[in-house]
Design a protein around this ligand. Structure first.
Ligand code: ADP
Length: 175
């Protein structure tokens, strides 16, 4: 990785709800009404205000499609925004899952850019309940974020937040 990018990208092991960054990304589901995993943790820690904004978006546009993203307030969290994106469920790679995951990273980043976000944290989208292979997911995430950081210099810092050792080790191969 080139030195300029090296300073703008990092990986940690931990709980994304605790981070003090401008925006955290949520691995949501299409309903935008919350769920398990990181989605549940974000809504639990962030409180009712996030869900209320999700419901408004849902009433307006009928949820969120796979690969797309929406932005809300961050309630009680230290972050300013939560960007909710819907990852693909892994289906042996036969349903365009890699392309859809790539779009999650891109569309979340795009929304962050539009809201003047300087620092953003991503969870390992789709690698939990949605069963995306962690090695493939990490490669997609890192490659996409490097190309987006090169394209948009306004975003200063991207942090990948891994909750488990297996994901952390995959990201560590690149970062
Ligand atoms: P998906 O349905 O997209 O697979 P999950 O929430 O089940 O979403 O899992 C996505 C990733 O988020 C998994 O790697 C899981 O270990 C991780 N995760 C769960 N809770 C947290 C948390 N509090 N902070 C960061 N990552 C988390």
């Amino acid at each position: 990785m080139c030195q300029a990018i090296d300073k703008r990208i990092s990986v940690i092991k931990g709980d994304i709800t605790k981070l003090e960054v401008d925006a955290i990304v949520n691995a949501a589901n299409s309903s935008l009404l919350g769920g398990g995993g990181v989605d549940g943790a974000i809504h639990k820690a962030g409180g009712r205000e996030i869900l209320e904004e999700c419901i408004k978006i849902r009433n307006k546009q009928g949820g969120c499609a796979i690969g797309e993203a929406v932005i809300t307030n961050a309630g009680y969290l230290k972050a300013k925004f939560v960007i909710h994106t819907v990852g693909p469920v892994w289906n042996e790679g036969t349903k365009g899952e890699v392309e859809l995951l790539d779009r999650c990273y891109k569309n979340s980043f795009q929304l962050a850019h539009e809201h003047n976000v300087k620092s953003i944290a991503y969870p390992c989208i789709s690698t939990g309940i949605y069963r995306f292979p962690k090695d493939i997911a990490a490669k997609v995430a890192v490659n996409k974020i490097i190309s987006l950081l090169l394209e948009h210099t306004s975003i200063e810092k991207v942090i990948f937040v891994c909750f488990d050792d297996a994901n952390y080790l995959e990201y560590k191969k690149y970062i």
